[in-house]
Design a protein around this ligand. Structure first.
Ligand code: HEM
Length: 262
């Protein structure tokens, strides 16, 4: 039974049929656990590091907070918001339907991710829901991009990372249809890592807002930069994590091989 800290990316659930497992992992460098002769996964399944878990939960909290804030701003526009914020609120209120169509599925997607990654037993219902929700988030993000506050700098970041997100989700879906568990998990991890980049953009924007008196930068000038920084951080972090798991599983396989030769 998987431990709550055993995050994703190819975790081998205890009790997995070893034949099915090895078929699924053939040629998969991200295989993260090895099976012994008695078919039980061996020790050495890495728990998610604390930095990753902390980042995961903080990203979820930020994502929910921004959606709630945006919904409140659309339903009850504030009369006392600072001018920069009021201008942003007005911009999103002017295409409220599209904004709501983007942020409500986005929040649902984000709220499902702990069920997919951290539950003791895999929540397949939650995993399956990620695909349609992710597709809606992505399509509406492309549509939101036509109004982007940050102009072409933001637009280019969204085109790149939204496309990476959609392609990762599509690959995960394909592997799910083929019953290739580990590859599916790997690509879902990627998709979720990229999507949560939206949360990483927020503290970056916060820094730009906080220093705007000194820098004289306006949202239209720094939104795009914040999108590039936030999504890049997450995309790089998830790739480093996946590759470190790959290297670790290689070491585990070699250790098992030499133990068998003794
Ligand atoms: C692939 C992932 C995502 C992409 C590419 C994306 C893209 C976008 C874009 C282009 C905008 C319009 C920004 C502008 O007009 O300047 C936007 C707005 C917004 N997005 Fe997303 N988004 C993604 C995921 C999410 C997630 C996961 C959440 C939260 C759960 C979220 C919440 C919001 C909110 C609340 C807004 C309205 C603006 C605000 O209140 O700051 N998005 N998004």
């Amino acid at each position: 039974m998987a431990n709550d800290r055993q995050l994703i990316s190819g975790e081998v659930p205890a009790g997995t049929n070893p034949k099915q497992f090895s078929r699924e992992t053939q040629g998969n460098p991200m295989q993260t656990s090895v099976t012994s002769n008695d078919s039980k996964p061996l020790a050495g399944r890495a728990a998610a590091p604390l930095w990753l878990l902390t980042g995961f939960w903080i990203s979820i909290a930020i994502s929910v907070a921004v959606v709630v804030r945006r919904l409140v701003a659309i339903i009850h526009p504030s009369q006392s918001a600072p001018p920069q914020l009021a201008a942003l609120d007005e911009a999103f209120a002017s295409h409220a339907a599209l904004t709501i169509a983007h942020i409500v599925p986005a929040m649902a997607f984000v709220l499902l991710t702990p069920f997919v990654f951290l539950r003791r037993t895999e929540a397949l219902w939650a995993e399956r829901l990620l695909f349609p929700l992710g597709a809606v988030v992505s399509v509406t993000a492309y549509a939101m991009n036509t109004y982007s506050i940050g102009g072409w700098v933001e637009r280019s970041a969204v085109l790149l990372f939204n496309t990476l997100f959609l392609l990762s989700l599509a690959r995960a879906y394909r592997y799910m249809r083929r019953g290739e568990h580990l590859l599916k998990r790997r690509w879902i991890t990627r998709a979720v890592g990229i999507l949560l980049g939206i949360a990483t953009t927020r503290p970056v924007m916060g820094i730009f807002f906080a220093t705007s008196r000194l820098t004289h930068l306006e949202p239209r000038q720094f939104f795009g930069v914040a999108f590039w920084i936030g999504f890049s951080i997450n995309t790089i972090a998830v790739e480093l994590w996946l590759h470190s798991r790959g290297r670790q599983s290689q070491r585990e396989r070699m250790a098992v091989r030499s133990a068998r030769q003794l």
